[in-house]
Design a protein around this ligand. Structure first.
Ligand code: PSU
Ligand code: MN
Length: 330
């Protein structure tokens, strides 16, 4: 028991409880009563990001999807903890009103990666957290598992632009397992995997030997390791925590096969959207939201349906992993 992952996390929380007020009497993060209770009892909790809601999907599908994803996590025995910064307060676990506020804010919320957190908080802004910022806040409150759709990566031509998502460096420095459907082919997938290796990140593909490419099951790249069940994933996470490696884990789950058929249509839309982004000089953090919105328009919503399906699939597995992890050491 003493060596289990969860008791280690409880120990971290005891020494640094972010719900305690600072010396000036201010809280630095607000944890919902449901998430707070689950964490203190060592129950399964799954973190969720907010950029996917604000920038990744249009309203009202974003709100519907966010609510459905939370429901899937509950049905599978875990507590969802959507993470966002509202009026300068990092929030872990949202009420329905807060979730609605985020969905309606859409891209008016600031896309918040690790580098942006302090400024959004200091200016009392609204920040939709990306994978890097969500991992940071999840780790701060002791949540070891986080579910999303896709993560950022090394952009094409990244070797000269140096546009490499901070999601990758966060995976190298924060011990949270991220369940995703791989990375999109709008990115340079082989270089993304190289970069993750450099960062010391364990990358495991779920029930396949190949690293998935978000809209398609295959990327042409072999995954460094393979896991076949939620118990496998939980053991991997528990081991990573016990060894105190300090690095994250990427669990890459292929899109359900009934949605991957449209992959080639989506792939050609991606090529067209990338060309438009270059022509219109859309770069930096604006590139991913631009390309995703254009791909959705060009495919008449097919890509959005696939996106929603894979996030739900990831949510189911992520909750099962969280439940398995909470049972280790019991
Ligand atoms: N990739 C997707 N969907 C997304 C994102 C990435 O397939 O919604 C979002 C995530 O929040 C991710 C962020 O963390 O974009 C990465 O942005 P950037 O490339 O600017 O680091
Ligand atoms: Mn970038």
């Amino acid at each position: 028991m003493a060596s289990s992952a969860l008791s280690r996390l409880a120990n971290i929380q005891k020494h640094f409880n972010p719900t305690n007020p600072t010396s000036k009497g201010e809280r630095i993060v607000k944890i919902s009563p449901e998430v707070s209770e689950a964490l203190s009892l060592g129950k399964a909790v799954v973190a969720l990001e907010s950029t996917i809601i604000s920038h990744g999907m249009p309203y009202p599908q974003n709100l519907e999807t966010a609510k459905e994803v939370e429901a899937i996590i509950r049905q599978n025995g875990a507590v969802p903890a959507t993470i966002v910064i509202l009026d300068g307060m990092p929030c872990v676990g949202l009420s329905l009103e807060e979730l609605e506020r985020l969905a309606i804010l859409g891209s008016k919320a600031r896309k918040t990666a690790r580098r942006d957190i302090a400024h959004v908080v200091a200016t009392r802004g609204n920040g939709a957290t990306t994978v890097s910022a969500t991992m940071f806040l999840a780790s701060m409150v002791g949540i070891p598992i986080f579910v999303t759709g896709g993560i950022g990566g090394v952009h094409r031509h990244g070797e000269s632009t140096m546009d490499i998502s901070s999601d990758l460096t966060e995976l190298g420095r924060t011990p949270v397992a991220v369940v995703c459907a791989g990375v999109k082919s709008i990115l340079d997938i082989p270089r993304t995997l190289e970069y993750l290796e450099t960062q010391g990140v364990c990358v495991a593909a779920y029930q396949t030997n190949e690293f998935p490419a978000f809209f398609t099951e295959k990327s042409g790249c072999k995954a460094p390791c393979r896991v076949d069940s939620s118990e496998d994933c939980a053991r991997l996470i528990d081991t990573n925590i016990n060894l105190q490696l300090g690095t994250g884990i990427l669990i890459a789950v292929p899109i359900p096969s009934e949605h991957s058929a449209s992959g080639s249509i989506i792939e050609s839309a991606i090529q067209k959207a990338l060309k438009e982004a270059r022509e219109q000089n859309v770069t930096g953090s604006a590139e991913t939201p631009f390309v995703l919105a254009r791909v959705s328009e060009l495919t008449g919503g097919t890509s959005l349906a696939s996106n929603i399906a894979l996030v739900k699939n990831n949510a189911r597995l992520g909750a099962q992993i969280a439940v398995s992890l909470s049972q280790i050491g019991e």
